[in-house]
Design a protein around this ligand. Sequence first.
Ligand code: FES
Ligand code: FE
Length: 373
Amino acid sequence: MTGTELPASLIRTLPGSAYTDPQAFAREQERIFERMWFCTVRASDLAAPGRFRTVQVGRESVLVTSDREHAVRAYLNVCRHRGARLCTEEAGEVRRTFRCSYHAWTYGLDGRLVAAPNLARMPDIDRTEYGLVPVHVREWLGYVWVCLAADPPSFEQDVIGAATERLGDPAAIDHYQADALAVGRTIRYDVRANWKLIVENFMECYHCATIHPELTGVLPEFAGGYAAQYYVGHGAEFAAGAEGFTVDGSAGVDRIPGVTAEQDRRYYAVTVKPQVFVNLVPDHVIVLRMYPLAADRTVVECDWLFLPEVVDSGRDLGPSVELFHRVNLQDFEACERCQPAMDSRAYRAGGVLVPSEHHIRSFHDWVEDRLKD
Ligand code: FES
Ligand code: FE
Protein backbone atom coordinates (compact mmCIF):
# COMPACT_ATOMS: atom_id res chain seq x y z
CA MET A 1 0.00 0.00 0.00
CA THR A 2 3.04 2.25 0.19
CA GLY A 3 2.60 5.36 -1.87
CA THR A 4 -0.95 4.56 -2.86
CA GLU A 5 -3.60 7.13 -2.21
CA LEU A 6 -6.09 6.19 0.44
CA PRO A 7 -9.86 6.40 0.01
CA ALA A 8 -11.29 9.40 1.81
CA SER A 9 -12.70 7.35 4.65
CA LEU A 10 -9.31 5.98 5.64
CA ILE A 11 -6.31 7.56 7.32
CA ARG A 12 -2.89 5.97 7.66
CA THR A 13 -1.59 4.83 11.07
CA LEU A 14 2.03 5.06 12.15
CA PRO A 15 4.34 2.64 10.34
CA GLY A 16 4.94 -0.77 11.90
CA SER A 17 8.48 0.14 12.97
CA ALA A 18 7.11 2.78 15.36
CA TYR A 19 5.95 -0.14 17.52
CA THR A 20 8.99 -2.38 17.30
CA ASP A 21 12.16 -0.35 16.74
CA PRO A 22 14.23 -0.15 19.96
CA GLN A 23 15.67 3.17 18.81
CA ALA A 24 12.22 4.62 18.33
CA PHE A 25 11.36 3.42 21.83
CA ALA A 26 14.52 4.96 23.29
CA ARG A 27 13.56 8.24 21.68
CA GLU A 28 10.08 8.05 23.20
CA GLN A 29 11.60 7.36 26.61
CA GLU A 30 13.78 10.40 26.30
CA ARG A 31 11.34 12.79 24.67
CA ILE A 32 8.06 11.69 26.20
CA PHE A 33 8.41 9.77 29.45
CA GLU A 34 11.46 11.61 30.77
CA ARG A 35 10.11 15.05 29.92
CA MET A 36 6.45 14.87 30.84
CA TRP A 37 4.65 14.31 34.12
CA PHE A 38 4.54 10.57 34.78
CA CYS A 39 2.08 8.95 37.20
CA THR A 40 3.98 6.59 39.50
CA VAL A 41 2.28 5.21 42.62
CA ARG A 42 -0.75 5.61 44.85
CA ALA A 43 0.12 8.10 47.58
CA SER A 44 -1.48 5.83 50.19
CA ASP A 45 1.20 3.23 49.39
CA LEU A 46 3.61 5.68 51.04
CA ALA A 47 1.43 6.41 54.05
CA ALA A 48 4.23 5.87 56.60
CA PRO A 49 7.59 7.67 56.47
CA GLY A 50 10.19 5.41 54.87
CA ARG A 51 7.78 3.40 52.79
CA PHE A 52 8.97 3.36 49.23
CA ARG A 53 8.32 2.17 45.72
CA THR A 54 10.70 2.04 42.80
CA VAL A 55 9.33 2.76 39.37
CA GLN A 56 10.80 2.75 35.88
CA VAL A 57 10.31 6.19 34.29
CA GLY A 58 11.81 6.33 30.82
CA ARG A 59 15.32 4.95 31.18
CA GLU A 60 15.58 5.81 34.87
CA SER A 61 14.65 3.95 38.01
CA VAL A 62 12.93 6.39 40.36
CA LEU A 63 12.65 5.93 44.11
CA VAL A 64 9.43 7.38 45.52
CA THR A 65 9.08 7.68 49.28
CA SER A 66 7.72 9.88 52.03
CA ASP A 67 9.86 11.75 54.51
CA ARG A 68 9.44 12.22 58.24
CA GLU A 69 6.97 15.06 57.69
CA HIS A 70 4.95 12.71 55.44
CA ALA A 71 5.86 14.76 52.39
CA VAL A 72 6.26 12.73 49.22
CA ARG A 73 9.76 12.75 47.78
CA ALA A 74 11.24 11.21 44.67
CA TYR A 75 14.87 10.59 43.74
CA LEU A 76 16.84 8.91 41.04
CA ASN A 77 17.49 5.45 42.42
CA VAL A 78 21.25 5.73 42.03
CA CYS A 79 23.92 5.82 44.72
CA ARG A 80 26.07 8.92 44.35
CA HIS A 81 29.25 7.05 45.25
CA ARG A 82 29.87 4.55 42.47
CA GLY A 83 26.41 4.30 41.03
CA ALA A 84 24.92 1.17 42.54
CA ARG A 85 21.16 0.94 42.35
CA LEU A 86 20.11 2.01 45.82
CA CYS A 87 16.85 0.08 46.24
CA THR A 88 16.52 -3.10 44.29
CA GLU A 89 13.04 -4.03 45.55
CA GLU A 90 9.89 -2.75 43.87
CA ALA A 91 8.39 -1.81 47.20
CA GLY A 92 9.46 -1.80 50.81
CA GLU A 93 9.96 0.20 53.95
CA VAL A 94 13.05 1.57 55.65
CA ARG A 95 13.16 2.97 59.17
CA ARG A 96 15.01 6.23 58.65
CA THR A 97 17.58 5.84 55.92
CA PHE A 98 18.39 4.21 52.61
CA ARG A 99 21.69 2.38 52.81
CA CYS A 100 23.57 1.38 49.72
CA SER A 101 24.50 -2.27 49.89
CA TYR A 102 27.84 -1.74 48.13
CA HIS A 103 29.95 0.52 50.40
CA ALA A 104 27.21 1.62 52.80
CA TRP A 105 26.71 5.23 51.81
CA THR A 106 23.54 6.09 53.66
CA TYR A 107 20.90 8.68 52.77
CA GLY A 108 18.13 10.25 54.85
CA LEU A 109 14.52 10.24 53.68
CA ASP A 110 15.17 13.84 52.65
CA GLY A 111 17.88 12.58 50.29
CA ARG A 112 20.85 13.97 52.22
CA LEU A 113 23.96 11.88 52.63
CA VAL A 114 23.92 11.12 56.35
CA ALA A 115 26.59 8.50 56.77
CA ALA A 116 29.35 6.69 54.94
CA PRO A 117 32.37 4.72 56.12
CA ASN A 118 35.14 7.17 56.96
CA LEU A 119 32.92 10.16 56.17
CA ALA A 120 34.43 12.06 59.11
CA ARG A 121 37.74 11.99 57.26
CA MET A 122 36.16 13.71 54.29
CA PRO A 123 34.91 16.95 55.83
CA ASP A 124 34.85 18.67 52.46
CA ILE A 125 31.95 16.54 51.21
CA ASP A 126 28.71 18.49 51.04
CA ARG A 127 25.92 16.22 52.31
CA THR A 128 23.31 17.74 50.04
CA GLU A 129 25.44 17.96 46.97
CA TYR A 130 26.31 14.28 47.36
CA GLY A 131 22.78 13.41 48.40
CA LEU A 132 20.27 11.65 46.18
CA VAL A 133 19.29 13.48 43.01
CA PRO A 134 15.76 14.80 43.53
CA VAL A 135 12.97 14.54 40.99
CA HIS A 136 9.97 16.91 40.74
CA VAL A 137 6.85 15.62 42.47
CA ARG A 138 3.15 16.50 42.42
CA GLU A 139 0.11 14.75 43.85
CA TRP A 140 -3.23 14.55 42.09
CA LEU A 141 -6.17 12.13 42.29
CA GLY A 142 -4.31 10.46 45.15
CA TYR A 143 -1.33 9.57 42.93
CA VAL A 144 2.27 10.67 42.96
CA TRP A 145 3.32 12.14 39.62
CA VAL A 146 6.99 12.78 38.89
CA CYS A 147 8.83 14.67 36.21
CA LEU A 148 12.46 14.07 35.33
CA ALA A 149 12.81 17.28 33.34
CA ALA A 150 14.94 19.98 34.93
CA ASP A 151 12.18 22.43 34.06
CA PRO A 152 8.86 20.52 34.11
CA PRO A 153 5.95 21.45 31.89
CA SER A 154 2.85 22.93 33.51
CA PHE A 155 1.11 20.26 35.59
CA GLU A 156 -2.11 22.26 35.49
CA GLN A 157 -2.07 22.36 31.72
CA ASP A 158 -0.69 18.94 30.79
CA VAL A 159 -2.23 16.76 33.47
CA ILE A 160 -5.24 18.46 35.06
CA GLY A 161 -5.99 20.13 31.72
CA ALA A 162 -6.56 16.74 30.06
CA ALA A 163 -9.49 16.04 32.37
CA THR A 164 -10.89 19.51 31.85
CA GLU A 165 -10.58 19.27 28.10
CA ARG A 166 -12.39 15.94 28.06
CA LEU A 167 -15.08 16.61 30.66
CA GLY A 168 -15.70 20.24 29.80
CA ASP A 169 -16.09 21.34 33.39
CA PRO A 170 -12.81 21.70 35.32
CA ALA A 171 -14.59 20.62 38.52
CA ALA A 172 -16.21 17.52 37.00
CA ILE A 173 -13.44 15.11 38.01
CA ASP A 174 -13.24 16.56 41.53
CA HIS A 175 -16.78 15.33 42.21
CA TYR A 176 -15.38 11.79 42.36
CA GLN A 177 -12.94 12.73 45.16
CA ALA A 178 -10.40 10.27 43.81
CA ASP A 179 -7.75 11.39 46.28
CA ALA A 180 -9.98 10.44 49.21
CA LEU A 181 -10.96 7.03 47.84
CA ALA A 182 -9.36 3.79 48.97
CA VAL A 183 -7.84 1.09 46.80
CA GLY A 184 -10.24 -1.84 46.73
CA ARG A 185 -8.20 -3.89 44.33
CA THR A 186 -5.06 -3.58 42.21
CA ILE A 187 -4.28 -5.85 39.28
CA ARG A 188 -1.05 -5.77 37.37
CA TYR A 189 -0.94 -6.81 33.74
CA ASP A 190 2.29 -7.60 31.94
CA VAL A 191 1.34 -6.78 28.39
CA ARG A 192 3.52 -7.90 25.49
CA ALA A 193 2.68 -4.88 23.39
CA ASN A 194 3.91 -1.40 22.64
CA TRP A 195 2.41 1.30 24.86
CA LYS A 196 0.98 3.16 21.85
CA LEU A 197 -1.14 0.16 20.86
CA ILE A 198 -2.65 0.31 24.33
CA VAL A 199 -3.37 4.05 24.05
CA GLU A 200 -4.89 3.66 20.60
CA ASN A 201 -7.05 0.81 21.79
CA PHE A 202 -8.27 2.87 24.70
CA MET A 203 -9.11 5.74 22.35
CA GLU A 204 -11.49 3.86 20.08
CA CYS A 205 -14.66 1.86 20.49
CA TYR A 206 -14.72 0.27 17.05
CA HIS A 207 -13.66 -2.94 18.80
CA CYS A 208 -16.17 -2.77 21.64
CA ALA A 209 -18.95 -4.75 19.95
CA THR A 210 -16.50 -7.49 18.96
CA ILE A 211 -14.51 -8.05 22.12
CA HIS A 212 -16.38 -6.46 25.05
CA PRO A 213 -19.73 -8.24 25.49
CA GLU A 214 -19.95 -7.40 29.21
CA LEU A 215 -19.07 -3.73 28.72
CA THR A 216 -21.49 -3.16 25.86
CA GLY A 217 -24.11 -4.90 28.00
CA VAL A 218 -23.80 -2.09 30.53
CA LEU A 219 -23.01 0.69 28.02
CA PRO A 220 -25.12 -0.08 24.93
CA GLU A 221 -23.96 2.99 23.01
CA PHE A 222 -20.45 1.53 22.93
CA ALA A 223 -21.70 -1.21 20.63
CA GLY A 224 -22.19 1.42 17.93
CA GLY A 225 -18.44 1.68 17.49
CA TYR A 226 -18.17 5.42 17.93
CA ALA A 227 -16.10 6.47 20.88
CA ALA A 228 -18.85 8.63 22.27
CA GLN A 229 -16.77 9.05 25.37
CA TYR A 230 -14.57 11.40 23.37
CA TYR A 231 -17.20 14.08 22.83
CA VAL A 232 -16.49 16.78 25.35
CA GLY A 233 -18.59 16.37 28.45
CA HIS A 234 -20.43 13.30 27.25
CA GLY A 235 -20.72 10.27 29.48
CA ALA A 236 -22.01 6.94 28.17
CA GLU A 237 -25.31 6.09 29.81
CA PHE A 238 -25.86 2.79 31.59
CA ALA A 239 -28.32 0.35 29.99
CA ALA A 240 -31.85 0.63 31.34
CA GLY A 241 -31.54 -2.82 32.87
CA ALA A 242 -28.14 -2.22 34.47
CA GLU A 243 -28.34 -1.26 38.10
CA GLY A 244 -24.63 -0.56 38.36
CA PHE A 245 -21.29 -0.68 36.56
CA THR A 246 -20.81 -4.36 37.29
CA VAL A 247 -20.12 -7.50 35.31
CA ASP A 248 -23.66 -8.80 35.75
CA GLY A 249 -25.53 -5.50 35.84
CA SER A 250 -26.13 -5.88 39.57
CA ALA A 251 -26.22 -2.81 41.79
CA GLY A 252 -22.72 -1.64 42.67
CA VAL A 253 -21.73 -0.21 46.04
CA ASP A 254 -22.32 3.16 47.71
CA ARG A 255 -22.29 6.11 45.36
CA ILE A 256 -19.55 8.69 45.82
CA PRO A 257 -21.38 11.60 47.49
CA GLY A 258 -19.99 14.35 45.26
CA VAL A 259 -21.19 12.74 42.01
CA THR A 260 -23.85 14.95 40.45
CA ALA A 261 -27.24 13.93 39.07
CA GLU A 262 -25.88 14.36 35.52
CA GLN A 263 -22.93 12.12 36.28
CA ASP A 264 -25.07 9.44 37.87
CA ARG A 265 -25.54 6.25 35.83
CA ARG A 266 -22.88 7.35 33.38
CA TYR A 267 -19.36 6.29 32.48
CA TYR A 268 -16.67 8.83 31.61
CA ALA A 269 -13.16 8.07 30.42
CA VAL A 270 -10.21 10.42 30.42
CA THR A 271 -6.79 9.84 28.86
CA VAL A 272 -3.94 11.76 30.44
CA LYS A 273 -1.05 11.53 28.04
CA PRO A 274 1.27 9.79 27.97
CA GLN A 275 0.44 6.88 30.29
CA VAL A 276 -2.75 7.25 32.33
CA PHE A 277 -6.39 6.32 31.79
CA VAL A 278 -9.05 7.32 34.29
CA ASN A 279 -12.52 5.78 34.24
CA LEU A 280 -15.27 7.39 36.27
CA VAL A 281 -18.52 5.72 37.34
CA PRO A 282 -20.82 6.78 40.17
CA ASP A 283 -19.51 4.38 42.80
CA HIS A 284 -15.88 3.90 41.83
CA VAL A 285 -12.93 5.19 39.88
CA ILE A 286 -10.63 2.96 37.85
CA VAL A 287 -7.13 4.26 37.19
CA LEU A 288 -4.71 2.56 34.81
CA ARG A 289 -1.04 3.49 34.75
CA MET A 290 1.25 2.19 32.06
CA TYR A 291 4.93 1.55 32.61
CA PRO A 292 6.48 1.16 29.17
CA LEU A 293 9.49 -1.14 29.63
CA ALA A 294 10.45 -2.01 26.06
CA ALA A 295 9.16 -1.47 22.54
CA ASP A 296 7.13 -4.64 22.91
CA ARG A 297 6.42 -4.70 26.63
CA THR A 298 4.27 -2.53 28.89
CA VAL A 299 3.31 -3.23 32.47
CA VAL A 300 -0.11 -1.83 33.34
CA GLU A 301 -1.25 -1.34 36.90
CA CYS A 302 -4.97 -0.93 37.38
CA ASP A 303 -6.52 0.29 40.63
CA TRP A 304 -10.20 0.12 41.53
CA LEU A 305 -10.94 2.92 43.99
CA PHE A 306 -14.02 2.99 46.22
CA LEU A 307 -15.20 4.96 49.23
CA PRO A 308 -12.97 4.00 52.19
CA GLU A 309 -15.98 2.86 54.22
CA VAL A 310 -17.00 0.53 51.41
CA VAL A 311 -13.54 -1.05 51.29
CA ASP A 312 -13.39 -1.26 55.10
CA SER A 313 -16.81 -2.90 55.30
CA GLY A 314 -15.55 -5.93 53.41
CA ARG A 315 -18.41 -5.63 50.91
CA ASP A 316 -18.07 -7.82 47.85
CA LEU A 317 -16.33 -5.71 45.22
CA GLY A 318 -16.09 -8.68 42.87
CA PRO A 319 -18.84 -7.74 40.39
CA SER A 320 -17.48 -4.17 40.08
CA VAL A 321 -13.85 -5.25 39.69
CA GLU A 322 -14.64 -8.12 37.35
CA LEU A 323 -16.26 -5.94 34.70
CA PHE A 324 -13.22 -3.79 33.97
CA HIS A 325 -10.80 -6.63 34.66
CA ARG A 326 -12.43 -8.50 31.79
CA VAL A 327 -12.30 -5.37 29.64
CA ASN A 328 -8.59 -5.07 30.43
CA LEU A 329 -7.91 -8.71 29.54
CA GLN A 330 -9.88 -8.38 26.33
CA ASP A 331 -8.11 -5.17 25.36
CA PHE A 332 -4.61 -6.37 26.21
CA GLU A 333 -5.12 -9.63 24.39
CA ALA A 334 -6.09 -7.62 21.29
CA CYS A 335 -2.98 -5.44 21.67
CA GLU A 336 -0.79 -8.52 22.05
CA ARG A 337 -2.33 -9.95 18.91
CA CYS A 338 -1.27 -6.82 16.99
CA GLN A 339 2.25 -6.53 18.37
CA PRO A 340 3.96 -9.36 16.45
CA ALA A 341 2.33 -8.20 13.23
CA MET A 342 3.92 -4.76 13.58
CA ASP A 343 7.09 -6.41 12.28
CA SER A 344 5.40 -7.89 9.23
CA ARG A 345 6.11 -6.55 5.77
CA ALA A 346 2.33 -6.27 5.45
CA TYR A 347 2.43 -3.50 8.04
CA ARG A 348 5.60 -1.74 6.96
CA ALA A 349 3.67 1.36 5.89
CA GLY A 350 1.18 0.93 8.73
CA GLY A 351 -2.50 0.15 8.71
CA VAL A 352 -5.55 2.35 8.37
CA LEU A 353 -8.00 4.15 10.63
CA VAL A 354 -11.72 4.10 9.83
CA PRO A 355 -13.81 7.24 10.47
CA SER A 356 -14.72 6.26 14.04
CA GLU A 357 -10.97 6.00 14.70
CA HIS A 358 -9.83 9.13 12.89
CA HIS A 359 -9.25 10.97 16.17
CA ILE A 360 -6.41 8.50 16.86
CA ARG A 361 -4.44 10.35 14.20
CA SER A 362 -4.21 13.31 16.55
CA PHE A 363 -2.42 11.00 19.00
CA HIS A 364 -0.05 9.88 16.24
CA ASP A 365 0.61 13.49 15.26
CA TRP A 366 1.29 14.29 18.89
CA VAL A 367 3.80 11.42 19.18
CA GLU A 368 5.55 12.39 15.95
CA ASP A 369 5.68 15.96 17.03
CA ARG A 370 7.28 15.09 20.37
CA LEU A 371 9.95 13.01 18.66
CA LYS A 372 10.95 15.71 16.20
CA ASP A 373 14.26 17.49 16.64
FE1 FES B 1 26.86 2.94 46.85
FE2 FES B 1 29.46 2.67 46.89
S1 FES B 1 28.12 2.49 45.19
S2 FES B 1 28.14 3.07 48.51
FE1 FE C 1 -11.58 -1.89 24.76
